[in-house]
Design a protein around this ligand. Sequence first.
Ligand SMILES: Cc1cc2nc3c(=O)[nH]c(=O)nc-3n(C[C@H](O)[C@H](O)[C@H](O)COP(=O)(O)OP(=O)(O)OC[C@H]3O[C@@H](n4cnc5c(N)ncnc54)[C@H](O)[C@@H]3O)c2cc1C
Length: 325
Amino acid sequence: MSKKVLVLGEVREGVIRNVSYESIAAAKQIADGGEIVGLLLGDSVSSLAPNLIAYGADRVVTVEHPHLKSYTSDGYSQAILAVYEKEKPEAIVIGHTSLGKDLSPKISSRLKSGLVSDVTEIEGSGDSALFIRPIYSGKAFEKVKVKEGIVFITIRPNNIAPLEKDASRSGSVESPAVEITNLRTIIKEVIRKTTEGVDLSEAKVVVAGGRGVKSEEGFEPLKELANLLGGAVGASRGACDADYCDYSLQIGQTGKVVTPDLYIAAGISGAIQHLAGMSNSKVIVAINKDPEANIFKVADYGIVGDLFEVIPLMIEEIKALKVGS
Ligand SMILES: Cc1cc2nc3c(=O)[nH]c(=O)nc-3n(C[C@H](O)[C@H](O)[C@H](O)COP(=O)(O)OP(=O)(O)OC[C@H]3O[C@@H](n4cnc5c(N)ncnc54)[C@H](O)[C@@H]3O)c2cc1C
């Protein structure tokens, strides 16, 4: 049976995050010919609606309210539940981002629905869709089928390819008035710790450093390599604990989970807690002085050597390739 699917378009600093387009692609599979309704929340987001349509939404609902300028779980859940009541979709898709992880349990408990979180792949479509998600810190995968009720999923960024952009697609944009009241939290100002560069959770390339990087300055060549590859810098907890970088860069069980196309681990031993955050990356390159380091067990390419010699060589090679092309 075809389904109407509501997809949350996540906006950060006036830009729709890529995971929103990936969510539309996931929604198409669940909808099985049904309607895809994009949802944008914020204080001024209507101008972004055509982007969701170009990536596959049939229609977009925008809720604009001063209380939605910054994310709060109270404000967003009120807006989403109001739109849910009006639209009565059979499925909801949200990105498994910090926002999605905070919001989705609240919405599912209000709707008394189940929640399949952190989906990395969908097999089949419509009623027979199977949702694949990592369990036990990525050591195994389970396949989940939703047998009754609303199909509510969150999808991990960078795993489900968005549909091709088609700017010629058209669809209606509606802006219903929604009351956002009794907020327990009012955000006065947002000060971001890291504003420059690519978002770590969505980066296609991650260059991560560990305790082997030895200092804050030691991260400079990693930053240069990441910039050259259009990627982001990450870190092990060892590097964060040693104060070489900010905890917002930590990857692993108690940090961020990333699945880039390319993960370069430099001076990282490969503790199980670190692997939990990166072992599902598509290609892993490890640079470590110790040939016995555990990181080599998950690496597709291993370089036994000093990162301060290897990374400058990589930078040189990539620069030469860029000049040549
Ligand atoms: C409950 C719990 C949760 C945790 N959560 C996380 C988490 O989310 N993320 C995480 O990363 N860790 C986490 N940890 C910590 C984890 O167990 C490790 O201690 C940590 O990952 C080690 O960081 P590291 O690999 O940078 O350091 P180390 O283990 O000290 O490894 C440094 C590596 O650098 C290599 N090296 C040194 N110099 C060079 C050089 N010049 N060139 C090349 N290689 C060099 C060494 O050979 C070594 O392999 C957690 C631990 C616990 C108990």
